[in-house]
Design a protein around this ligand. Structure first.
Ligand SMILES: N[C@@H](CCC[C@H](N)C(=O)O)C(=O)O
Length: 276
């Protein structure tokens, strides 16, 4: 079977996007892992599936699979590429697109300059919803992992995030602490791990060790998680520039009770066909 796909990226966080409305594709976890392999496959951080909506008030359903083959709840950079993909392929001509995901609904807006704004919904700080094993909600959790003691915030942006502040992201222990915390017993569904350097109240630098992938060049939900955690810790204002290794995003949030909005680019790289 030949499957048509597009290769896309949002700030270097890269995706294979499959139109599963005009095609009928089912991929096993092993097939996804093989396609994600950067030497033996196509190579990607996430596979995105565009599917028909479940209800008339929605335009599409959006499925996300990490490079390790596991299906996950949310992907911010992927959402922006999703919006660009459905317009590019003529699946819609709307500028405001409503999609359901495994963890809720998103609204995507195509801006005049081609950037995409995503209404990411409400962050959830309740430990049981992240999920994080903790007796109560805290601004900062103390997590011990081997010889490390980490002070971090935690939030669900639809998917689980743990964010710690560091003095300098260049020297942050991303490849050691990242996997230790991703698989820490206090995160029963594992977690994405952010390393945030606060440059000013309107500007942070961020590196993210992504669950099911490893460090990526950018993580949209990670950028939102870092911003909301920095905000509730009184370190950030309501509009923040987030610099990731692959480029910058703008994240806006006015506090609890309000949705998070993220704006950034979405790029098409090439179209291809793969034999399964
Ligand atoms: N790259 C993403 C997040 C993808 C899912 C994540 N690795 C998880 O397991 O939750 C983004 O841009 O948000």
């Amino acid at each position: 079977m030949l499957v048509n796909f597009s290769k896309m990226h949002g700030l270097g966080n890269d995706f294979v996007v499959i139109d599963n409305i005009t095609q009928n594709v089912f991929l096993s976890r092993d097939q996804i892992k093989k396609l994600a392999d950067r030497h033996f496959g196509i190579g990607f951080d996430q596979l995105l599936m565009v599917e028909a909506p479940y209800s008339p008030d929605l335009d599409f359903h959006y499925r996300i699979f990490n490079a390790d083959g596991h299906e996950v709840e949310q992907c911010g950079n992927g959402a922006r590429c999703f919006a660009r993909f459905v317009r590019m392929k003529g699946l819609t001509n709307k500028h405001k697109i409503s999609v359901s995901t495994k963890s809720g609904n998103l609204t995507l807006y195509i801006e005049k300059d081609g950037q995409v704004t995503v209404n990411m919904g409400h962050p959830n700080f309740e430990p049981s919803k992240i999920p994080l094993k903790a007796t109560k909600r805290e601004l900062t959790y103390i997590i011990r992992a081997e010889e490390h003691t980490v002070f971090s915030g935690a939030v669900s942006m639809g998917n689980p995030h743990c964010v710690m502040e560091v003095d300098d992201i260049e020297t942050a222990q991303v490849s050691t602490l990242g996997p230790l915390l991703e698989n820490h017993e206090r995160f029963p569904q594992r977690a994405n791990i952010g390393f945030m350097q606060v440059v000013s109240q309107e500007h942070i630098k961020l590196r993210v060790w992504e669950r099911g992938v490893s460090e990526t060049l950018a993580c949209g939900t990670g950028a939102c998680a870092a911003m909301v955690i920095g905000f509730i810790q009184n370190k950030l204002t309501s509009t923040v520039q987030v610099d990731l290794p692959g480029g910058s995003l703008q994240v806006r949030w006015s506090g609890e009770g309000h949705p998070v909005r993220m704006t950034g680019p979405a790029e098409h790289v090439f179209d291809g066909q793969v034999a399964l």
